[in-house]
Design a protein around this ligand. Structure first.
Ligand SMILES: Cc1cc2nc3c(=O)[nH]c(=O)nc-3n(C[C@H](O)[C@H](O)[C@H](O)COP(=O)(O)O)c2cc1C
Length: 243
C-alpha cells in the first residue's frame, strides 16, 4: 500500500479525538473500508544500532535517527535503546566465545560464562525490541567489522537459531520489524555497481537466518558523486514510511 494511504488510514484510525470520526471522517473511513473503532496505539521498544566510523558527520546515524523519530511519531511513548558499536566495542569472535557457545549451559565454567556476557546482552536487547534500526554504512563493499562482531554475538545456536532432528535450521526470533539505514559513496540499488553490494544482501541473509525477515531498507547512496550528496539524505528521509 502506498505510504500516503497508510498514513491517511493511520491518521483516521488513531485520531486522539473520537469526535473527529464523525461527518467527513466517517465517510472517508467507509471509503477506505476501515472500521472506525479507535484502536489502541501500542508503544514500542526500539533498538538503534550504530556502526559508523564518521562520528558526528555520519550520514547513517542521521538517517537512523530520522527513522527512529518517525517511529516515535507513529508510536508515541516508545522507548529507544541505542548501541553505538564504535563507542563501545564488542570483542571480535575468539576461541573462548566459540567454546562457551557450544558448551551446554550446565557445564559452563566461570570463564565460559564470562566469555558469553556480551553475546547474552546483545541477544537480550534484540529479543526485548519490537523494532530494530540498524545503521550500516558501506566500508570496502561490506559492513563495518564492529557490526560484524555484533552479528557474531547475536547469531548463536540454541538461542537465536537451532537445528531440528533432521538437521533443518530453525529461526528462533519472530515478530520484529527491522529498518536498515544504508549509506554508501556509490550507487548500488541499480546500475553496474549493484553486484558489489555486500551490505544489504548479507544483512538480509543473516538477519533472516535468525528470523528477522520483516526488513525495510532506506538508502542514502551516491554520497561520493558530486551533486547528489546535498539532497540524498533529505530525499531518503522523505521516503521513510513506518508500517
Ligand atoms: C574506509 C572507507 C571505505 C569506504 N568504502 C566504500 C565502498 O566500498 N563503497 C562505497 O560506495 N562507499 C564507500 N565508502 C563511503 C561511505 O560508505 C560513505 O562515506 C558513507 O557515508 C559512510 O556512512 P557514514 O557517513 O554513516 O559513516 C567508504 C568510506 C570509508 C571511510
Amino acid at each position: 500500500m502506498p505510504c500516503a494511504v497508510v498514513k491517511k488510514i493511520r491518521r483516521l484510525s488513531y485520531s486522539p479525538n473520537p469526535d473527529r470520526h464523525r461527518g467527513n471522517n466517517i465517510k472517508q473511513h467507509e471509503k477506505l473500508c476501515i472500521n472506525p473503532i479507535k484502536p489502541i496505539i501500542k508503544m514500542k521498544q526500539i533498538l538503534h544500532i550504530l556502526s559508523s566510523a564518521s562520528g558526528q558527520a555520519s550520514v547513517s546515524i542521521q538517517l537512523g535517527n530520522a527513522i527512529v523519530e518517525k517511529i516515535m511519531q507513529t508510536y508515541p511513548g516508545s522507548v529507544v535503546k541505542k548501541r553505538n558499536l564504535l563507542e563501545s566495542e564488542l570483542p571480535h569472535l575468539a576461541e573462548n566465545h566459540v567454546i562457551s557457545f557450544f558448551t551446554p549451559p550446565e557445564n559452563r565454567t566461570p570463564q565460559d560464562l564470562e566469555a558469553i556476557i556480551h553475546s547474552d546482552e546483545v541477544i537480550r536487547e534484540v529479543k526485548e525490541a519490537d523494532i530494530i534500526v540498524i545503521g550500516a554504512p558501506m566500508y570496502n563493499f561490506c559492513i563495518h567489522s564492529n557490526l560484524k562482531a555484533w552479528i557474531d554475538h547475536l547469531v548463536r545456536v540454541g538461542l537465536t537459531f537451532r537445528y531440528d532432528d533432521k538437521g533443518n535450521q530453525i529461526a528462533l526470533i519472530e515478530g520484529k520489524k527491522v529498518y536498515l539505514a544504508l549509506t554508501s559513496g556509490a550507487v548500488y540499488s541499480e546500475g553496474p555497481m549493484r553486484p558489489a553490494d555486500h551490505v544489504e544482501p548479507y544483512l538480509k541473509t543473516i538477519l533472516g537466518f535468525i528470523g528477522l525477515t520483516d526488513i525495510t531498507s532506506i538508502r542514502v547512496e551516491g554520497l561520493a558523486i558530486p551533486g547528489i550528496k546535498a539532497t540524498a539524505l533529505q530525499k531518503a528521509i522523505g521516503s521513510i514510511c513506518i508500517s
